[in-house]
Design a binder for this molecule. Structure first.
Ligand SMILES: O=C(O)CCC(=O)C(=O)O
Ligand SMILES: [Fe+2]
Length: 252
């Protein structure tokens, strides 16, 4: 994956050593470098509108989750999750544009390694060329040998990934999807593009247990119990530190 342009120190570093073009929600209003980064005022406005539309889709997906989880109206009902992701509040929510260059040979290693996303939900758009693969742990008996499944490109379709924060928050009932990106032969003749909108909780939100009769109090979904008493901002920093900590230290 290569860089079109990077906005911040966090978004510009990728495990593969490459870069991606990221737009942080907070920076839309605050970052004076944005105009430069996004080109003309019209382009900037279009990206901003696009970002807000995807964010609304994410809120609607979370409303579906809240309905499915039977969250009582007295606790927020269908808006339980979406209320904690208001566009107007500071959060780590981000829109990222990926460019996987045209290349004639399969490099033999994933273009983006196996990972799960950190936030609540991710809305992903793949353009023309497949490459995304996911692991369906739940529908497979042998958890040590779960095969990769290709996620096809379906025109005019958004792909939704559940992220780590949602998994932890729902005590593992909603699973964070492990995924990666691999080379596709169509990249011999054209690059692959994808766009991901990562929805994160408002910075100061804490992960109180979700009031659903379907969620047990077991912390199955929690990779570290410490995370349960963090704010969303602290949790994101903790995940970044776990993923990039050594990498960042090694380049200092
Ligand atoms: O390019 C893709 O299809 C997925 C990228 C991805 O998983 C990510 O940015 O977290
Ligand atoms: Fe991802």
């Amino acid at each position: 994956m290569t860089c079109l342009l990077a906005m911040t120190p966090i978004s510009c570093y990728h495990p593969s050593g490459d870069l991606a073009f990221s737009v942080h929600k907070n920076s839309l209003e605050e970052d004076s470098t944005l105009a430069f980064a996004l080109g003309s005022a019209e382009t900037q406005e279009n990206i901003s509108l696009f970002f807000k539309d995807l964010h609304r889709v994410g809120e609607q997906v979370m409303q579906c989750f809240a309905i499915a989880l039977q969250i009582p109206d007295s606790e927020g009902g269908m808006n339980y999750f979406s209320d904690k992701h208001p566009w107007s509040e500071s959060s780590g929510t981000m829109l990222r544009f990926h460019h996987y260059p045209q290349q004639s040979n399969n490099p033999g290693v994933p273009l983006a390694g196996c990972h799960s996303d950190y936030g609540s939900v991710t809305i992903l758009i793949q353009k023309d060329i497949p490459g995304l693969e996911v692991k369906a742990y739940r529908s497979h008996n042998d958890q040590t040998d779960v095969p990769w499944i290709s996620a096809p490109v379906i025109p005019e379709t958004l792909l939704i990934n559940i992220g780590d924060a949602m998994q932890m928050w729902t005590n593992g009932l909603l699973k964070s999807t492990k995924h990666r990106v691999v080379y596709h032969p169509a990249q011999q003749t054209q690059p692959r593009y994808s766009i991901a909108c990562f929805l994160q909780l408002s910075d100061d939100t804490r992960f109180h247990p979700v009031p659903s009769p379907l969620i047990s109090n077991l912390n199955e979904g929690c990779e570290d119990e410490n995370a349960l008493c963090m704010t969303a901002k602290e949790y994101l920093q903790y995940k970044l530190e776990m993923t990039y900590g050594n990498l960042m230290k090694s380049i200092k």
